[in-house]
Design a protein around this ligand. Structure first.
Ligand SMILES: [Zn+2]
Length: 70
């Protein structure tokens, strides 16, 4: 039975200062900035060990597509 896996958790809900156009749905809107980290999880629910540094993504408020921020 596989009880260990990895999962990326995201948090944060700050709106971007500038309007951006979504490449997926074409919406022009203030995207939502989120911070995420990949964790090693047991039973798929309990985050234990962070496996990566923080990553920043921008999420489209319309279709929820996430874009990595450089
Ligand atoms: Zn979109």
């Amino acid at each position: 039975m596989l009880i260990i896996g990895t999962k990326i958790f995201f948090w944060g809900s700050e709106a971007t200062a500038e309007m951006m156009r979504c490449g997926t749905c074409g919406t022009l809107a203030h995207f939502i900035q989120k911070t995420g980290m990949r964790f090693l999880v047991f039973f798929f629910i309990i985050p234990t060990i962070p496996l990566s540094g923080k990553m920043h993504v921008l999420e489209c408020p319309q279709c929820k597509t996430r874009y990595a921020r450089k």
